[in-house]
Design a protein around this ligand. Sequence first.
Ligand code: PMP
Length: 308
Amino acid sequence: MSKISESEWIWRDGEFVPWKDATLHVLAHAVQFGSAVFEGIRCYNTPKGPAIFRLREHLRRMYNSCKIYRMDVPYTPDQLVEAARELVRRNKLEACYIRPMVLRGYGAAGMVPFESPVEVFLPCWPWGAYLGDDALEKGVDACVASWHRVAPNTIPAIAKIAGNYLNGQLIKMEALADGYEEAIALGPDGLVSEGSGQNVFVVADGAIYTPPIDGTLLPGITRDSVVTIAKDLGIATHVQPLAREVLYTCDELFLSGTASEITPVRSVDRLPVGTGKPGPVTRAIQKRFLDIVNGRVPDEHGWLTHVQ
Ligand code: PMP
């Protein structure tokens, strides 16, 4: 488990403020009603200095989340790209996690948000392996959560907004309480949806399978990167509904996410996945991913935004 490790500056609506000054009123709409759109983006230490991974794609998802919730972002993507680069430079960080937030501040008394200003923050801080130091190497033990993901047309799953993470918290706390590192949740129809903060990939007979964007899960930027990497490596990808039991019978299983990167799953509900060790397809995709983000191979897809 990890606690935030403070950095020096936070970008707040066009200016840099000291970390401790980036505060909100307790009655801000975001606090009362969960209306804080956010992103999670990693910046890696490459041979050419710090580089932010797929910054523009993360920002696109953020603007889409805001659109769904009728929040007008008062900055252009270009302005936020420059703000993010300056943020990493100012904080003198080599590798870090950037957490852009667009939230409704103080003003509205009730649920109708329009009396609250839309405020934009860009914090960042150093953040290591989300699922623990051994997770990338050895894999994690997961369970199937008893909590389901949200149903389509209830709370939009493709929006990354604070309120959605109440469901994620229940899923993750249950997993930890039961002695697992992570949980995979099912959608309301009982089919595989996603982890508490990761997308799910199954490997069978050398091909990879992941559930479709069906209104129960977040379309991960890492998920998209995995699909592209698989294509580059000549690995067939199938986007299709997956029954729960496939998690027990597949050859390999892994999770993808900004914080978790490519994390192998070695068991589900105490049943070993395949040999119980990370398999060759997972390894190949993970290696390629880590080589790209760390700048060890050419950035063929233009995924890195260098900070210098
Ligand atoms: N699903 C959920 C619920 C998440 O919170 C995340 C992390 N943002 C993901 C999937 C993976 O998305 P990404 O690869 O863009 O980090």
